[in-house]
Design a protein around this ligand. Sequence first.
Ligand SMILES: Cc1ncc(COP(=O)(O)O)c(C=O)c1O
Length: 453
Amino acid sequence: MQTAQFDERAVIGHFEARTRESAELFRKAVEVTPGGVMAGIKFFEPYPIFMKKARGSHIWDVDGNEYVDYLLSYGALVLGHGAEAGRKAIGSVLESFGTTVMGTPTELEVEYGAILRDIYHRGGLVRFTNSGLEATLLAVRLARAFTGRRKVAKFEGHYHGAVDRLLFSYSPPLGGAADVESPAPIGDSAEIDGAMLQDSLVLPFNDLESTQRLLTEHARELACVIMEPFEEGVIPGEMGFMRGLRRLTKDLKIPLIYDEVKTGFRVRLGGATEFYSVTPDLTCLGKIIGGGIPIGAVVGDAGMMGLLDPRGDKRSRVFHSGTFNGNPLSLSVGMATVEELSRRGNFDAVRARTDDLKRKLSAELSKRQFPHQILGEGGMFNIYLTDKQVRNYREARTSDLRTRRLLDIELISRGVYLKPENRFCLSLSHTADDTGMTREKFAESLDSAANPN
Ligand SMILES: Cc1ncc(COP(=O)(O)O)c(C=O)c1O
């Protein structure tokens, strides 16, 4: 039996009728910035919604529509919008420091750095940056300096920020990506040239045998292996694969980097590192650890991190700087967020609410015979509309992306906000009423698709 099909014109018509002010603002925005957005990811067809205010789990757009928010700024706001802990922290920075930034070390750096180190890499060291991409970039630079090698291996379909060194084979066309066991690196951005791709190796996620063959073959050139320990933040590495990869990279003396910008404090408090009980050499963090203020961090092996010591030998040290690194505002709000989330029962509450929503949405999809899988651990998940098991990028691409996009746009028109085709993230502010309403709107959205039978 065929599943219901959305009528694209009807879905877009419904969306446009409710979001006229956003359409108007978008027309102005394209005259100011390319494509009307300040980050490529913020765009979707027919135009992005312009939001105006938010509180807890809810967000309001410029047309006055109210939504339950599952975007949460791509997962950054695990306590919800405008949480009390964050508000207090902002106030206390201004009160106690009298300013937002001083360009000097502060006690907060020591305190918050120690918290992250103790959770993610006992005995390691920490450096703060201003974004996730700065963290991944720093980790790769450290690995290159530490090993004296250039080549970077990453997994097909894994994202590590908008930086040329890592922007390959994140969303390659399947036809051009060569064979499954040894995918060719493909640039994701126009400036990535052949020379950059020579320093790049693509690995197949969840395929230990092919990964072992490729790493062994290139071991002498490889500076590191960087990975999202849950692909797209939600597709788990199989336990044998994750443990095998750790063993292999140790044996071959290739530093292993976990990019936990999505999964840190979301999959578990200790991220994927805790979930798998596997410790990489370096871990990159971002998003949640700033509680809604820009931040990133690299945490890891003291030997590698020690290369950043400005007292070190000039010939072997890694230069790293940033005017706003470790600024009191990011650290204070981030630390308050992590402390609140770590309070007894809070992380489990987010997780339980998320599991409940997963069950509800899965039940509605099953009722209507939509083949699907809902993947993700802790406080975030994604829906794949496919009957194939999803273990890697190529299997994820078997999902019916047209239906998913139109379903998400229909959800937006009915008061459930997420970036179309993106993950659902929940917060401590999401209530049973929110998930109940979401189930209702999800069912209505599915029913708005015409059934061809
Ligand atoms: C896994 C991963 N790494 C790195 C980044 C880049 O982080 P930022 O957007 O803070 O630069 C992201 C952003 O979504 C991410 O998901």
